[in-house]
Design a binder for this molecule. Sequence first.
Ligand SMILES: Cc1cc2nc3c(=O)[nH]c(=O)nc-3n(C[C@H](O)[C@H](O)[C@H](O)COP(=O)(O)OP(=O)(O)OC[C@H]3O[C@@H](n4cnc5c(N)ncnc54)[C@H](O)[C@@H]3O)c2cc1C
Ligand code: SF4
Length: 1023
Amino acid sequence: MLLVSVNAAKEAIVAQGEGGSAAHDGRRGRRPNRYPHTVEVQPVAARPTTPRRTPAPFAARDALAADLSAHVRGEVQFGAGDRALYATDSSNYRQLPIGVVRPLDGDDLAETIRVCRDHDAPVTMRGAGTSLAGQAVNTAVVVDVSRHMNRILELDPDRRIARVQPGVILDDLRAAAERYGLTFGPDPATHDRCTLGGMLGNDSCGAHSIMAGRTSDNVESLEVLTYDGLRLTVGRTSDAALAGLCAETGRRGEIYRSLNSLRDRYGAMIRERFPRLPRLVSGYPLGALLPENGFDVARSLIGTEGTCVTILEATVRLVPSPPGRAVLVLGFGDVFEAVDHSPEILATGPIGLEGFDDRLVEACRRKGLNLAAIANLPEGGGWLLVEFGADGAGGAGAKAGAVAERFGSGRARVFTDRAEQAALWSLRESAVGATAVVPGKPPTFPGWEDSAVPPERLGRYMRELDELIGRFGFDRTFYGHFGDGCLHLRTAFDFGTPAGLRDFRAFVEQAADLVVRHGGSLSGEHGDGQARAELLPRMFGPEIVTAFREFKSIWDPRGRMNPGKVVDPLPLDADLRPALPLADPKTIFGFAEDGGSLAAATARCVGVGKCRRESGGAMCPTFQATREERHSTRGRARLLWEMLEGGALPNLWRSDEVREALDLCIACKSCKSECPVGVDVATYKAEFMAHHYAGRLRPRTAYSMGLIHWWAHLARIAPGMANSVGTVPGIAGLAKLVAGVDSHRRLPRFAERTFRQDIPEDVPDLGGARGAEPRVVLFADTFTDGFAPSQGLAALRVLRAAGFSVEVPRADLCCGRPLYDRGFLKQGRRLLGRVLDAFEPELDSGVPVVVLEPSCEAVFHDELPNLFPADPRAKRLDGLVVSLGEFVARNQAAFGPEIRGRLTAPAILHGHCHQKALVGMAAEEAALRSIGLDPAQPEPGCCGMAGAFGFERGDHYELSMKIGERALLPAVRAAEPDALLIADGFSCREQIAQSTGRRPVHLAEVLAMALTDADAETPEPAR
Ligand SMILES: Cc1cc2nc3c(=O)[nH]c(=O)nc-3n(C[C@H](O)[C@H](O)[C@H](O)COP(=O)(O)OP(=O)(O)OC[C@H]3O[C@@H](n4cnc5c(N)ncnc54)[C@H](O)[C@@H]3O)c2cc1C
Ligand code: SF4
């Protein structure tokens, strides 16, 4: 990626924005950049860009869009933002589609193809877009089947088959099959978001392919559609059936006759030239047409990457899923020693055999990912992860134990606990994202990430490949499906210089020759796409490549299905996304982890699509609720990237497409902690909104909710009057309308007396207890002070009971939380500047600062250092700020005797999403356990309210309720009447109270109930 100065017009826009005047010192000049090949200011003419293919613009786009809209029932999206959103997958390539269509069902998809055919428009099918070789992007009409065509049509446990639409997510099928003790065997690391259509397109494999084979090994039949409109079901074809089909007149007969002829002419060559290995995924699988393979037309189409036909439906085979599982981890001196042992382990009959090196482990350590799994690894510099299956856990454990014994306890560890096993698997599965962007290292890319050789040759091949990598001076990480001979790596290519681009091509060509010398395949599971298609003649020879071309033209004579991929390919170094120049405008936030560059920050997203999973984590609640790419972390990061690239979205900060996508981001910060490359959309959103609205009127809620600190200040004068605005019929409705608050919501009530008004006189101001030990500062944040003084008073009581000299700052200090999401960054910075000034005399004392509102605590850890990167006070205050739960956990000796384990009520704990993303819930849970509670946590993510987001009219309110109703609100309604509902976030409590009528409390109030000197029994039930 190249960073170039913004052009004059863009500069003008930036200058109007807050960034023009408010940017802090020290970040304006050249900054060190994470990307060694990037330069901030470079004349455009001198850019060493990648060869950019310039396909003839599709002249009739408007007519095509109109025709599609008239005939397709699903969504037809031809806007600039829609096209930008689908311009990339998880590969290095970027191609702007003509437009996007999301059909509702098979008939709708057929209609889509018909209209495209009428306009002679090329078509590219797409599932989750996690392909790594560029086969899910194209200058074509992209047809996204993941949005609507995701139904399991039939699951027959007796016949062990399932009939699915192509957009079904693999894990959904696996979950449905598990009810009958069955599973779909191939399981890519993307199993929680990849689609069956994509798996069929790529012939995907996975960790359990040594047990269950590739996708193509597990397919009974396919219903397919040709570009010219023929719909047919294909599978194995007996000789008699083949003869009958060949005798047919019409398009079907023509296809079968041509396939038959192709098979006859190339059969001998196919037998001779196709390497024999478990992971042969490159090229078209023409061997499926050989008589010994039953003339299996379905198999011959699997792995053709959408270049031949559209798959409308698939009937797939299910296999027994061993109910008992055990994972054995073996540690070796290095990854080469590990791979040398894989044939011996393979002979013991595992169901999964994976390997990885210490660079993956180091990358995870640096990023704080998968730490529990890393702690469980035996000593070593390379590891094998081996899974055994059996009817019961005991049987699997015994198999694993027997193998472990050979290596001794120092090198081998067996795990039978499912949670520990899952953690180890996620360590291995996170490899792509975890190693893509690592602090202090150059970014790594796919390109030669998926070669395969016969498993017994993997050790030699890996060593020679490592030598080759060394000769080019690249950094790399090795991991993969060692049991199947499939090797993954990410390589630190330099796409930013002509020499780097030349090296990229030279390396890939030499690596291809190397893998061919070892009898291997260019691709072991990811497919060829654009990344490897050009190399196919090196592997198969020109005659077989001619056979591939013939095969494609049998199905797609006009060459309109995913053109430029696999057959007649585009150059492997054309359209490289990381080589494209980006504007790098001035920013208000520091973006220190990205060398001060928003462009580098947005380039973090490598498209792995973890934010597209629908459960199993907090990221991304808005995608989980909408299933819309634009409302995923990836979608938002990509649109911002496109905005900086400028080709598709030329208006920089004024882009309405970007605003629309960011508008529904609830700024929960889940992506900051869960995205494997640390994409931080909440911060990007705040930065964008600051510039987007600079000098313009913002939406009403920006003023009514964003400026809550000032409203609370005013309400202190006459709280009763302020509250009546929100409650008196007629006035309340009008007030909500003016404030942009949804009619279903109640306006939050100001407290009659604020926390600071009610503080006992003997509680000193900030600095007032200097000399007394132990000291602690309790911060009176805007929410505690103006809306929930009871939690402040409870915290005061608890802290003092434990013997702390508590100080409460009396000055009107606010961290500015509600301002950031609305882009009021200048105002937020001003408030934080006042906080820094107030705390300055105390910063060296090391006095802890307890902050009760989690979103305010998050400001001190996140926005504060990011807005004041050059001010050492910011870092010091960040280090002093702590939540009440964490403070209790750190000072158990003081709190232990004062609070006792006598609360017996059932409890539900809901962590604020900023709390979960930045500090975690462990300390709070420990504090609650110490008083006898055993809280359930039904929702891993956001409650939906997300500050003021859920108060806002229309789509914000609706999305808020959708998110809340996923898990939290139903769990609250189902909770026993005497259950304690604990939520530290003011907005989370509002969501729960307004949507269920129950009354949640803050941790401080729960701890106060448990004080030994309190006369409290189990508290009043929360209702
Ligand atoms: C982090 C990461 C880990 C991965 N790990 C693995 C792994 O362990 N094993 C593995 O095999 N792969 C892996 N992959 C690659 C990728 O996830 C798989 O190939 C996956 O199956 C692709 O599914 P998708 O829904 O994202 O498909 P997409 O990328 O959307 O599409 C894949 C191909 O299928 C075609 N296609 C989609 N739907 C249809 C249809 N209805 N008709 C015709 N063609 C269609 C597309 O045109 C495209 O060519 C990994 C990728 C990432 C980013
Ligand atoms: S901040 Fe939350 S809602 Fe916004 S993109 Fe990240 S995970 Fe999604």
